[in-house]
Design a protein around this ligand. Structure first.
Ligand SMILES: C[S@@+](CC[C@H](N)C(=O)[O-])C[C@H]1O[C@@H](n2cnc3c(N)ncnc32)[C@H](O)[C@@H]1O
Length: 288
């Protein structure tokens, strides 16, 4: 008979083998809290009983993964951050691009949940560039590990309550009549600049040349050394003077702080310090 600790270790192993989720990367307390929700939902008294449920009902894996990768988000989450990006960061980026004759802007939202964050960035760039937009090659990538969230993101349809007051709704959303009432779809001129991809942050490889990477409210789920490793990989994806934006409750670990300087610390906006990433770090998955 397995002890609770052994059953917990086995559960983590099953999640890795069956679903590719490396639980060792998450903080243990976080994992236990989230798994406990599913134990209660399936009336299991311990991890062993829950392992039996997973064996006879593999659909439960999906519920468990959804529970582990909570995907709460909203348009223009933390308005002050987007204000700073609009007023300081984007003008700085445009100037830097102008000095090297580039007309390309690439933003990556890693851990984008149902897409509100990448769409917000595409709307913001549309707003700032205005009539100049067509002279620029603007691309926004949204990535996440969660299929359900990505399906919502690709459709780009949201309920009224999801939209932020004061946004130029008519410019960015088309009203739809659905069976369940009114919904709003992000307009085509924004959607065509945003692509979505399924990407596990533990298996990032060789992505390059982003001007800004937003990785907000994602790192908090991971242990400190994994955070540092992810930040190092993200740093290697960013142009030499590009930016990374974290969530308001997140900070760069001491290990990562040499890679970036705090451009706007209150808003958790950091700028890459050129030449500080080990060559080849973008290749290969994270291992502990
Ligand atoms: C709280 S949401 C953050 C959404 C958005 N960045 C924001 O700040 O509003 C966290 C997202 O991280 C994703 N996530 C968790 N673990 C991940 C992993 N290993 N790889 C990629 N995405 C992951 C979850 O699926 C979830 O959608």
């Amino acid at each position: 008979m397995l002890s609770e600790d052994q059953a917990f270790a086995l559960l983590k192993r099953r999640l890795f083998i069956d679903r590719g989720l490396d639980c060792e990367q998450y903080k243990e307390n976080y994992l236990k809290r989230r798994i406990a929700v599913r134990l209660r939902a399936r009336n299991c008294r311990n991890y062993l009983e829950y392992l039996r449920v997973l064996r006879v009902d593999p659909e439960e894996y999906t519920q468990l993964l959804n529970q582990l990768t909570i995907n709460v988000t909203q348009f223009f989450r933390d308005k002050d951050v987007y204000d700073k990006i609009r007023d300081e960061v984007i003008p700085g980026m445009l100037k830097s691009k102008g000095s090297v004759g580039s007309r390309s802007l690439r933003v990556w939202c890693a851990g984008c949940a149902s897409g509100e964050e990448p769409y917000s960035m595409a709307m913001l760039l549309d707003h700032v560039l205005g009539n100049e937009l067509d002279n620029w090659n603007v691309r926004v990538l949204g990535s996440d590990i969660d299929d359900r969230s990505l399906a919502v993101a690709r459709e780009g349809v949201y309920q009224d309550s999801d939209l932020l007051e004061g946004m130029d709704q008519d410019r960015y959303f088309k009203k739809l009549e659905t069976g369940n009432g009114i919904a709003y779809q992000v307009r085509e001129h924004v959607r065509r600049r945003v692509k979505f991809e399924k990407l596990n942050l533990f298996e990032l490889e060789g992505r390059r040349h982003y001007d800004m990477v937003m990785c907000r409210n994602v790192l908090i789920y991971f242990s400190r050394n994994v955070q540092a490793r992810i930040v190092e990989i993200i740093a290697s994806s960013i142009m030499r003077d590009g930016y990374v934006v974290l969530g308001k409750s997140e900070t760069l670990s001491h290990a990562s702080s040499a890679l970036f300087q705090a451009a706007f610390p209150r808003e958790r906006i950091y700028q890459r310090v050129p030449g500080t990433v080990r060559p080849g770090v973008a290749k290969g998955a994270i291992s502990g």
